[in-house]
Design a protein around this ligand. Structure first.
Ligand code: TYD
Ligand code: MG
Length: 451
């Protein structure tokens, strides 16, 4: 005999409870618990259908099952293109270019005669048409559907049987089975999970587009990250031209590579020779600027770090960072205060990475310290110089991965000096003969070199 089973889900944070309560135990929101029936899509399972199989018998994902889009900056990030039957998430702030990128990719996939379906709950058909015209893409084989009701979408999928589906965006979808409004955590999670079931049973590839809030979470549906096969983020400042595509999760490949694009009048263009892109003023001798050799996947990018150290007029001096972690700046200031006996308590400090780029590797420490000291002392750093290395709490610089490739690229791009942590491989000095390699022991040594 079937029994109606229900649970209560918080619309604010997605937490589940067995009993209704006026206030969510997990996030403290009032009146956010909504009743939801469960068991409906678990119905029909019988023990005899559950078969455990030997790992040997499971077919591997062959390279033929990947769909290369031909957009190399994208395919590289994905480890060779979309995997057939996979479900993924593309996040980004509104206006960064998600719909643009995806329409360009869809036209590439459609070129191989695969039926692709673009479902939009945000824009009208004529708006999408306008964008497609602007992008000058091949529009054959791209089917569009303006719909946000999940049940209707699934019916359409069963009808059209597309090979690839894009949902733009997951926050606009709603299912009749859930009472909360579109965009709430329970709607986002439930619609995504029903779409996932459809994708897995029909081997349809699905890409969900999700808006990200300022804090960087995919608004509400952070819970989606663990459900999907891959998670991509399109990053960049709206006022800047460049866009970075980052893969933060990939069940079918690695997550180190980034894709670089430029927003143009005809959509996103690939940037395949990016070395000096973000450091075009590399020979600048303005105090407070330095060049960092960033290691991004298989590439080295040269980025300009800008620091402004000024007198504060507030009780709590400003510590503002754009493009890097603020806590890292705090640690670095503590190291300098301790080991160089400097006092920054009367200084506002602003850090900016030119071009809207974001760096997470600690290798930026040495470069940041150089720019900080340069601004503080109002003394310019040697021109045509590049810096990298991680700082330890003891004030010493530690070597970081990809030393050789960073040195090679710095030499190839015409830099004259590289300020790097002390390293053991003496042969490197001979190999890299056109670059003056300056090993830096610790923060005091750096101060002596540039001060
Ligand atoms: P869009 O793809 O709509 O962003 P999202 O889907 O992430 O919200 O892109 C929005 C911005 O991109 C918009 O401000 C206009 C700009 N844009 C161009 O500069 N060139 C183009 O060819 C297109 C299509 C958009
Ligand atoms: Mg959009």
């Amino acid at each position: 005999m079937s029994r109606k089973v229900t649970e209560f889900v918080c619309e604010s944070c997605g937490a589940k409870a067995l009993k209704w309560a006026g206030r969510c135990n997990a996030c403290g929101e009032w009146n956010s618990l909504k009743e939801k029936s469960i068991g409906s899509h678990k119905a029909g399972w019988v023990a005899s259908e559950i078969i455990a199989r030997n790992l040997d018998e499971i077919p591997s994902v062959e390279s033929e099952e990947r769909w290369q889009t031909g957009v190399q900056e994208f395919d590289r990030v994905m480890g060779g293109g979309f995997v057939k039957g996979s479900i993924g998430l593309l996040g980004g702030t509104p206006g960064v270019g998600k719909s643009t990128l995806i329409l360009q990719l869809l036209s590439r996939i459609a070129k191989t005669n695969r039926e692709v379906l673009y479902i939009s709950g945000e824009e009208s058909a004529s708006q999408i048409k306008q964008r497609a015209n602007r992008l000058v893409i091949d529009q054959k084989n791209i089917t569009i559907l303006i719909e946000s009701n999940l049940e209707k979408i699934i019916a359409c999928l069963n009808d059209v049987k597309p090979a690839f589906v894009v949902i733009d965006s997951i926050q606009t979808l709603f299912s009749d089975q859930i009472s909360s409004s579109a965009g709430s955590v329970s709607q986002v999670r439930e619609t995504a999970s029903l779409l996932m079931q459809h994708a897995k049973t029909t081997a349809t590839s699905v890409l969900l587009i999700g808006h990200v809030t300022k804090e960087g979470d995919i608004a509400g549906p952070r819970t989606l990250e663990h459900m999907v096969d891959y998670v991509l983020y399109l990053e960049g400042e709206r006022k800047e031209q460049h866009r970075m595509l980052r893969c933060v999760k990939n069940r079918f490949g690695n997550v180190n590579e980034i894709g670089l694009f430029k927003m143009t009048g005809k959509g996103l263009a690939e940037v395949s020779q990016p070395n000096r892109l973000f450091a075009d003023r590399f020979s600048s001798d303005d105090p407070g600027t330095s060049i960092f050799a960033a290691n991004e996947g298989t590439r080295t990018l040269f980025l300009e770090v800008q620091v402004l150290v000024g007198d504060t007029h507030q009780p709590h001096p400003a510590r503002t960072t754009m493009g890097m972690d603020r806590n890292r700046l705090q640690v670095i200031l503590a190291v300098l205060e301790k080991h160089l006996r400097m006092d920054f308590s009367k200084n506002d400090i602003y850090v900016n990475l030119a071009g809207g780029f974001r760096v997470v590797e600690p290798a930026i420490d040495l470069c940041l310290i150089a720019a900080l000291l340069s601004s503080h002392l109002n003394r310019s750093l040697p021109v045509e110089s590049v810096f990298w290395g991680e700082v330890a709490l003891t004030g010493e610089f530690r070597t970081v991965p990809s030393l050789e490739s960073r040195l090679h690229e710095s030499e190839r791009c015409g830099f004259k000096n590289a300020y790097v942590p002390v390293f053991k491989d003496t042969k490197l000095h001979k190999k890299i003969s056109n670059l003056n390699i300056v090993p830096v022991r610790d923060v005091q040594h750096l101060m002596d070199l540039i001060g």
